[in-house]
Design a binder for this molecule. Structure first.
Ligand code: GRG
Length: 301
């Protein structure tokens, strides 16, 4: 999928580092064995680690060294992301049986334990954030940024609009806001966290944020498109669900052709942000490589 050598090398270097951190730290943080199994099941079910990798890549792009503290911050984000997927799959929400090609958490462990696994991951994410060796100012800023992104002004608000909006046809502006909150907020947090950790100047923080905001929207548009164009085998989950469930999606509201143009526009906005970042003298190739994620294959174009 991603061919850019710099980005590929980065992903191949840092994915095992993140996984090792999770493998070592997660079991020691949970005292109930069934809860531990359920939490570990979803954390190690084959996620791409996109958000933590993006966070680390942004830190690296600002020419700051990635260390164990940075990895802990990135890993805490993966815990929080995993909680959101477990809860999103529950019968009361999307009611999905399959994720990443394997049974969803509640299908394997039952609803009660799945809810608790999500609760545990959400809470533990903040414990990990609070226990790095960063100074108290950085820690407090990171905590506030993650709480804001994940909470009732961010991801949870987006999820609420999504669930409640199923009964009505949203306008394009409402849909964009929903996506910005539900999927975009955590991705935008990767830029905010990188800016806080590296103490970047305001121009750099602004450009990183513009990159991440457009990346987040592109990510959701791409997911909407794949739901229409992809196969279950390719996606590791049920596809063509959105239309059947009258979900508000880009293809549903904008049509397929315009959705593809919207995706191209978001990727182009990401590029513009990177060009501005480059003006401050940093190398943008690493982040540019992540944009290859949004390439449609020949049949999908
Ligand atoms: C339950 C409060 C609450 C929020 C859930 C993120 C979310 C909010 C719902 C997910 C809905 C969804 C499937 C959106 C499409 C984009 C997306 C977030 C895909 C999953 O993220 P990936 O592809 O997952 O990074 P992996 O499996 O790689 O970890």
């Amino acid at each position: 999928m991603i061919k850019n050598k710099v980005t590929l090398n980065f992903i191949q270097k840092y994915t095992p580092i993140l996984n090792d951190f999770l493998k070592t730290s997660l079991p020691t943080s949970i005292t109930n064995s069934q809860l531990s199994a359920s939490m570990q099941y979803s954390v190690f079910a084959g996620g791409k680690r996109l958000r933590p990798l993006l966070l680390l890549a942004m830190v690296k792009t600002t020419e700051t060294k990635v260390n164990l503290n940075t990895v802990q911050v990135a890993a805490s984000l993966e815990l929080l992301h995993t909680y959101s997927l477990i809860h999103d799959d529950l019968p009361a929400m999307d009611n999905d049986d399959l994720r990443r090609g394997v049974p969803t958490n509640h299908k394997k462990y039952g609803e009660a334990l799945a809810i608790l696994a999500g609760d545990g991951l959400l809470t533990l994410a903040f414990e990990w954030l609070a226990t790095t060796k960063y100074n108290s100012q950085i820690t407090s800023q990171l905590t506030q940024a993650l709480a804001h992104a994940a909470g009732p002004a961010g991801m949870v608000a987006g999820q609420a609009s999504d669930v409640l909006g199923e009964k009505e046809q949203l306008t394009f502006e409402q849909l964009k806001k929903l996506h910005k909150q539900k999927t975009g907020a955590l991705i935008t947090y990767t830029a905010e966290a990188a800016g806080i950790i590296t103490n970047s100047d305001s121009e750099t923080q602004k450009n990183l944020k513009m990159f991440a905001e457009n990346f987040g929207l592109a990510f959701q548009i791409f997911d909407d498109l794949e739901d229409v164009l992809g196969t279950e085998k390719m996606m590791g989950k049920a596809v063509h669900k959105d239309a059947g469930e009258h979900k508000n999606t880009y293809p549903g509201i904008r049509g397929l052709a315009q959705t593809k143009r919207d995706l191209i526009q978001c990727v182009s906005n990401c590029q513009s942000a990177l060009i501005k970042l480059q003006d401050s003298g940093v190398s943008i190739e690493l982040l540019q490589g992540f944009l290859e994620y949004f390439q449609l294959n020949e049949e999908e174009k």
